[in-house]
Design a protein around this ligand. Structure first.
Ligand code: FAD
Ligand code: NDP
Length: 448
């Protein structure tokens, strides 16, 4: 039956989820095609996780230079920063990764088709005018920045453009209070840009534990970011070579660049969904069941386009669950609880499990442990960074149900803690674990 089709599986989108699905299915002997309209690797590799983290590293050097003096280092020549070097070295590294993705796909036996794919019928796709048939289609087209409709929105940039700016602005306004806004605020501020963050709510990163949000906000302000909360941008206007960013409070800020980081929407435009029974939810994301099947039995969707948890490791796990479901009769579903995540803000935030507010809603008797201290690095380093750790325990069975951290290496530390929580560790397990001394992470096994 499957021989009547050009392919067993046609994947649309070579990002985190699409590449993993195509590679694994092809390496299992399935005839797989993967269409990509842009660069292989998708958002994460090209305009997301990878270049963002490289920029975060770049932005941390001024503080490290300063800390070095306390440790006896003298750099008599003043440090200077060259944006073009960073941007171009980053692009070369991304080019290297694109080539690796191409090799991995080719080696697995998948056919790479460059171009925008459109679904013409439930088992038919066109790319660049060429028609293909496939037994199954996977939509893994990711998301795209969403900028609200305000006068002058065409003068704003999104995170996509931040990775290839011709010049670094002197003054920048960032709008939003989520992951991308706070990460770019830290990057630009660290690179020496006068950075304003405008957020319409009263607490940044509002889905995270509120103590941690407060610590991140405090730390960002201490580092020099100019923060305006409870305010939104009403319009943007160009005046000579500058932008006037008008706020609904009546005041305005002059800057060279406005970055909108106000969320992302599923990439479904022009996909040809009208030729299928695939349905969208009220956020325009594709509706799927727990096996990632859409309302059209031959069409599946994973990753940001289904708008569950928009993270690369989640898209990759969804790919594996889908492959097992399609080709191994495995009915295991993805467990969406205890997904660890980090915001590479400065200070960094990482978390796994329930926030204190969520824990209070779900359990009657919880214990909350907190620790707030100056990390050893800052003693001679003379910086102002602090570390904050928080653990939430369900007192009825002693299980640790949430761990949160703000400070140096938070992501690295919480990744390990997440394994313990996934394994059902209790507070007594943490307490009976011997610490690694001297380290920051040891605080998690000595919380009183
Ligand atoms: P994508 O990776 O977006 O891939 C979709 C692909 O489909 C794209 O390459 C696109 O060009 C292609 N495409 C779209 N339509 C078509 C079509 N019709 N035909 C052919 N191709 C098409 N996540 C983390 O876990 N950690 C991070 O640190 C992190 N940082 C991020 C920073 C930024 C600035 C952004 C924007 C995102 C970040 N993310 C991070 C989120 C992460 O990038 C996404 O969750 C992940 O890339 C989603 O993978 P995906 O496969 O669903 O889609
Ligand atoms: P987020 O959903 O994290 O944040 C969007 C922000 O924009 C919120 O603060 C929201 O405010 C605000 N906002 C929404 N609409 C408007 C509006 N009309 N006017 C003003 N403000 C508005 O989205 P991001 O764009 O930051 O990131 C998208 C996703 O990408 C993230 O959710 C995350 O899953 C992923 N990502 C992951 C990263 C990581 O793992 N480190 C890094 C970067 C992105 P409000 O809260 O009031 O609605």
């Amino acid at each position: 039956m499957s021989n009547n089709f050009d392919f067993d599986l046609f994947v649309i989108g070579a990002g985190s989820g699409g590449v993993r699905t195509a590679r694994v299915a092809a390496s299992q002997g399935k005839r797989v095609a993967i269409a990509e309209v842009s660069d292989l690797g998708g958002t994460c590799v090209n305009v997301g996780c990878v270049p963002k983290k490289l920029f975060v590293y770049a932005s941390q050097f001024p503080e490290l230079f300063h800390a070095g003096e306390g440790y006896g280092w003298n750099h008599s020549n003043q440090a200077t920063f060259n944006w073009n070097t960073l941007r171009d070295n980053k692009s070369n590294e991304i080019g290297r990764l694109n080539a690796i993705y191409q090799r991995l796909l080719k080696d697995s036996g998948a056919t790479i088709i460059q171009g925008r794919a459109k679904i013409e019928a439930p088992q038919r796709i066109s790319v660049n005018g060429q028609q293909y048939s496939a037994k199954k289609i996977l939509i893994a087209t990711g998301g795209w920045p969403r900028i609200p409709d305000i006068p002058g929105k065409e003068l704003a940039v999104s995170s996509n453009e931040m990775f290839s700016l011709a010049e670094l602005p002197k003054r920048a306004v960032i709008v939003g209070g989520g992951y991308i806004a706070v990460e770019f605020a830290g990057i630009l501020n660290g690179l020496g840009v006068e950075t304003h963050l405008i957020y319409r709510g009263n607490q940044l990163l509002k889905s995270f534990d509120s103590d941690c949000c407060a610590k991140v906000t405090e730390g960002m302000i201490k580092k020099g970011i100019k923060m305006t909360l409870d305010t939104n941008v009403s319009s943007i206007a160009k005046c000579h070579q500058q932008l006037n960013i008008n706020l609904d409070s009546g005041s305005s800020i002059t800057a060279d660049m406005v970055l909108y980081a106000t969320g992302r929407q599923a990439n479904t435009e022009g996909l040809g969904l009208e030729n299928t029974k695939v349905t969208l939810n009220d956020r325009n994301a594709i509706v799927v069941d727990e096996n990632y099947c859409t309302n059209e039995p031959s069409i599946y969707a994973i990753g940001d386009v289904i708008d569950r948890v928009q993270l690369t490791p989640v898209a990759i796990k969804q790919a594996m669950v889908l492959i097992n479901h399609l080709y191994a009769d495995d009915t295991a579903k993805l467990d969406y609880t205890n997904i660890p995540t980090a915001v590479f803000s400065q200070p960094e935030l990482a978390t796994v499990g329930l926030t204190e507010a969520q824990a209070k809603q779900q359990y009657t008797d919880i214990a909350v442990y907190r620790s707030d201290f100056k990390p050893m690095f800052e003693t001679l380093g003379q910086g102002s960074d602090r570390t904050f750790m928080k653990m939430i325990v369900n007192k009825t069975n002693d299980k640790v149900i949430g761990c949160h951290m703000v400070g140096h290496h938070a992501a690295e530390i919480i990744q390990g803690v997440a394994i313990a929580i996934k394994a059902g560790a209790t507070k007594s397990h943490f307490d009976s674990t011997i610490g690694i001394h001297p380290s920051t992470a040891e605080e998690f096994v000595t919380l009183k």
